[in-house]
Design a binder for this molecule. Structure first.
Ligand SMILES: C[S@@+](CC[C@H](N)C(=O)[O-])C[C@H]1O[C@@H](n2cnc3c(N)ncnc32)[C@H](O)[C@@H]1O
Length: 512
């Protein structure tokens, strides 16, 4: 293994010495004096050098890397650092190294450094074998669950591996990593009472230091100290911040991004009278999504498509919903009215649609997600009566700004949205307007802001939205008499249409 191997596969971002020095200075000023310092994937050894300079000869130092060139480089580099320090650097693969045995005689070690920045999904695309074995980790519940996932950060797996290998002895982790990875580790430990952990996050500018556009931090965590019962952690904006910008943590059985704000608005949680659903999922946009060009429908391969229009529904994408766009410019081919419905019926009812699907059957067979395997070849997910509700109140799950958009029907048809959006289906405009007003209220925004981690890939989820209780929001915003009555009684006076009755329900069903 040498440096010429692609850097991506090894998540290889060497830490500049000044950053490693700043981390060690922070640890030292916080009172850390490790007896043993280990850099688990040490590369050229910046953290070992910074550690030796900060903590001197009272500490024992060890490093390990899979890249033999780095092992030679780090060994040479550290020879001249301190006259009384020798730091053995092992040429080893993290995944096959016996961490448990290695850590068994180390006294309260500090595991310091910067693990590979790569996900298993990227490794899969590269055909890389630099991954943990799936099968040999059955005993380790957290790790085993992770190797079954289609996308996880290698560094998250490595951190859990170190934690599980260290067992019950006191130790400290100080690692640069994605903020989301640090949070997941804390969440994992907080949920598993048997892993007492005291953590802090310090933001770092990954673009400036590593040229990577990702929210990153220094994750410092102390394990197995007797007094730890906390399930919250401070977030400091920089390594030099004196005070935390906020505390986040595991509160009321959920992860919360800003505990102070959450305490002020947590009363908005209660019954989800309306159930948030996600948009349609098909994983085959080139076939299932058609642009309208002139009078024609054109698929993602640029081919004109002539199929029964009754199977086509206007479609909005996440970016449309986030911008408040309600005029669709594309259509979705809908093969089912509910999950599990047999698509074979289309052969008779919609022969042109059936032919079109058959032309692309190989692409449907190649859909990777396991959810398709037990269902008809042309099946969809995120489909049900709610999909065809004429009015919707929708939000994109992907954006930091939390904008709810009221989506009316388009050219007489209900508008659908993709599976990165969430929505409530409504029978009529009044119901949609009412819900739109409630979810767009400032207090609702404050609640979402307090629980959502804006650096996540999908900050908003149906689970989060379903925690909100529309009655409680209405109480908070001092809603109009009409709105309050509606929420109390399920009825509302409508101009020219007499009294409208709205069923209170968890699930949308068209009113008869
Ligand atoms: C993000 S770099 C960090 C290097 C060093 N810790 C630093 O902070 O400069 C990740 C390092 O992980 C090493 N690495 C990747 N896969 C590994 C594996 N399976 N076992 C050991 N080291 C590995 C790479 O060679 C690279 O040096």
């Amino acid at each position: 293994m040498n440096k010429r191997r692609p850097k991506i596969e090894f998540g290889d971002f060497q830490t500049p010495l000044p950053l490693a020095e700043a981390v060690c200075a922070l640890l030292k000023s916080a009172g850390y004096r490790p007896r043993v310092l280990i850099e688990p994937t040490c590369g050229e050894g910046s953290f070992l050098e910074a550690g030796i300079r900060a903590f001197g000869a009272d500490t024992a130092y060890f490093g390990l890397d899979i890249n033999s060139d780095y092992v030679v480089c780090a060994t040479r580099r550290l020879q001249d650092c301190h006259p009384k320090v020798t730091a053995p650097i092992f040429h080893q693969d993290f995944f096959t190294f016996d961490w448990k045995a290695f850590l068994s005689d180390k006294d309260a070690p500090l595991l310091l450094g910067n693990l590979p920045w790569v996900t298993n999904a990227v490794q899969g695309i590269l055909g890389s074998e630099n991954l943990p074995e799936k099968t040999n980790l059955k005993r380790l519940s957290g790790l085993d669950a992770m190797t079954g996932k289609s996308n996880f950060d290698i560094s998250e797996w490595m951190l859990l591996k170190l934690i599980e290998s260290a067992g019950k002895r006191p130790f400290t982790i100080a690692m640069l990593c994605k903020t989301a990875v640090a949070r997941k580790i804390l969440e994992y430990c907080w949920k598993k009472d048997s892993v007492p952990i005291e953590g802090s996050l310090y933001g770092i500018n990954a673009l400036e230091w590593f040229g990577a556009s990702v929210s990153a931090c220094l994750f410092v965590a102390r394990f197995n100290l007797n007094a730890i019962t906390e399930t919250t952690a401070p977030f400091y904006e920089t390594l030099n911040s004196q005070y935390p910008a906020m505390r986040f943590g595991f509160v009321d059985g959920e992860m919360v991004s800003n505990i102070d704000e959450y305490q002020q608005v947590k009363r908005l949680q209660g019954v989800n009278y309306y159930r948030w659903r996600s948009g349609i999922k098909h994983d085959l946009a080139k076939v299932m999504e058609l642009d309208v060009i002139g009078e024609k429908f054109v698929n993602g391969f640029g081919a004109e498509v002539d199929i029964e229009e009754e199977n086509l529904y206007p479609l909005l994408k996440s970016s449309d919903i986030a911008k408040g766009v309600i005029t669709p410019s594309r259509y979705a081919l809908v093969t089912q009215k509910s999950v599990g419905e047999d698509t074979e019926a289309l052969r008779k009812t919609s022969p042109k649609t059936w032919d079109y699907l058959e032309q692309h059957s190989a692409l449907f067979s190649a859909r990777k997600s396991s959810i398709y395997q037990k269902h008809s070849l042309y099946s969809l997910f995120g489909i049900g009566a709610y999909t065809f509700a004429p009015f919707k109140v929708a939000i994109s799950g992907l954006y930091k700004q939390m904008r709810f958009t009221l989506v009316p029907p388009y050219c007489g048809k209900p508008v659908l949205m993709d599976d990165t959006c969430y929505f409530i289906g409504c029978d009529n405009l009044l119901e949609a307007e009412t819900l739109h007003e409630l979810f767009s209220a400032e207090v609702t925004h404050k609640f979402l802001h307090s629980v959502v981690f804006t650096d996540s890939k999908r900050p908003i989820t149906a689970d989060i939205l379903n925690r909100l209780d529309v009655h409680k929001i209405a109480e908070q915003i001092g809603a109009s008499e009409r709105l309050s009555n509606f929420l109390k009684t399920g009825t509302m006076e409508t101009e020219g249409q007499g009294v409208m009755v709205f069923e209170k329900r968890g699930e949308y069903a068209p009113s008869s």
